[in-house]
Design a protein around this ligand. Structure first.
Ligand code: NAI
Length: 421
């Protein structure tokens, strides 16, 4: 009989026959969800025979839910994700109309899923705009609960904006505001607690996977007490909690100023040879350039919400675009995790067989890794790569590949399953 995942002493306890809740999703969600589940089932069977199995449990959200019961995101769905701990979702339409929050944001906030994890890895055969895509292997840890996404914004001319203006005038002066009478205002909350838990998660991930570096990406030269503080809190956390496993840029600078640059270089080299995680920081605009020119210099990237948003799409484009890049929203303390396709509902191609299911397939592989079923995840990665190298692809990649064979969503999924077997 299938059972729930539970959390025992801070660790996931995963039964061999496990229930995983899923949201089918709107638009192409319907096209990509079932093929993804079939691929996962095939990979689990190939890896563990009849010993392990996923029992998929559908929960409602989005248009399908609204049509059935008048609710975009029923409480029962939120309850299911917290009861079963780990789940997966297709893309959801953002409902248009006053007072309705994005369903994705509501799910992230309710379960306090503070990490948005995006692995950026190239699969052989996939067209890429960078020269050495095989050297791209990055893992973005984007903070998911703070920053300007908190939604604290006041439109100029509203009583709220006026009140805020008055508050500023009385306490801080308005000299720095260029056009005070027509200014809208937004607030950017960045906390020590929020920054620390994000950087901690990135560090633990890098250490567990023996990855070479963690880079804090920030615009602290301009936003000193938000993004600059994120950087400082990050370095402090590393010093306090991970000193023996790391070598940080702060240490490099200290050695350089005390003993000279050669000694600092020597210390860095020694730390690399000892397998220590190198912790460094880069200003966001420089990072956007550097990650394109020298992607192999970056491994784990820890950053705040808005930077993370921009960075995720640029890095995804380097390895084939959002159609094939996976994602997860995770709270590493409670264990709650929702894996998801990173693209939207693509209403322009829904139901046509053109959707590329790879983003959801790879998100499902991440889910398997997260619950410790690594062999099944590896089967999926191998089979996908094999399918891409044979140039048997859906229409998005077909348009970019010479001599490729065009497959529908289902044909592509069947090809992946054949390659698993
Ligand atoms: P979108 O990602 O749905 O589409 C952008 C373009 O990429 C379209 O041309 C589409 O055909 C193409 N595309 C997307 N996924 C594809 C796939 N798997 N295979 C092949 N082509 C693919 O973004 P858009 O149009 O801005 O948003 C549509 C709806 O999706 C909106 O309601 C939006 O709010 C929602 N959305 C939901 C997300 C989520 O649930 N995580 C994320 C982004 C958007």
């Amino acid at each position: 009989m299938s059972e729930k995942i539970t959390l025992v002493n801070g660790k996931l306890n995963v039964p061999n026959k496990v229930i995983i809740p899923f949201i089918e999703g709107d638009g192409i969600g319907k096209d990509i969800t079932e093929p993804t589940q079939k691929i996962v089932d095939a990979a689990v069977e190939k890896s563990y025979g009849s010993k392990r199995k996923i029992d998929w449990y559908e929960v409602l959200a989005g248009e399908k839910s609204f049509k059935q019961n008048g609710e975009w995101l029923p409480q029962a769905t939120l309850d299911a994700f917290s009861e079963y701990i780990v789940g997966i979702k297709g893309p959801l339409t953002t409902p248009i109309g006053g007072g309705i929050r994005s369903l994705n944001v509501a799910l992230r906030q309710t379960l306090d899923l503070y990490v948005c994890l995006r692995p950026i890895r190239w699969f052989k055969g996939v067209p890429s705009p960078v020269r050495y895509p095989s050297r791209v292997d990055m893992h973005i840890f984007r903070e998911n609960t703070e920053d300007i996404y908190a939604g604290i914004e006041f439109m100029t001319g509203t009583p709220e904006a006026e009140k805020f203006k008055q508050l500023m005038e009385e306490n801080f002066g308005l000299e720095k505001v260029r056009f005070p009478d027509s200014t809208s205002i937004g607030i950017k909350p960045i906390s020590k607690e929020g920054s620390e838990r994000l950087v901690r998660a990135a560090m633990l991930y890098a250490i567990e996977r023996k990855l070479p570096s963690v880079t804090l990406v920030h615009k602290g030269n301009i936003m000193k007490f938000t993004e600059g503080a994120f950087k400082n809190w990050g370095y402090e956390l590393v010093e306090n909690e991970f000193a023996s496993q790391t070598f940080s840029w702060k240490q490099y600078e200290a050695i350089a100023s005390e003993k000279g640059i050669d000694a600092a270089k020597e210390a860095l080299k020694k730390a690399e040879l000892e397998g220590k995680v190198i912790v460094k920081d880069v200003i966001t605009d420089a990072f956007l350039q550097e990650s394109l020119l020298h992607p192999f210099s970056y491994s784990v990237i820890a950053t705040m919400n808005l930077n993370g948003d921009y960075i995720s799409d640029q890095l995804a484009a380097m390895v084939g675009g959002i159609g094939i890049s996976p994602g997860a929203n995770i709270n590493y303390n409670s264990g709650f995790a929702i894996f998801e396709a990173t693209h939207g509902t693509a209403p322009n191609i829904a139901g046509t067989g053109k959707a590329n299911p790879s983003s959801l397939i790879l998100s499902a592989a991440m889910l398997l890794e997260y619950i410790g079923w690594k062999e099944a995840a590896e089967h999926i990665y191998d089979a996908l790569e094999h399918t891409f190298t044979k140039r048997r692809v859906t229409s998005d990649l077909h348009a970019l590949m010479e001599g490729a064979t065009l497959l529908t969503t289902n044909e592509f999924a069947n090809e992946v399953i054949r390659n698993i077997h």
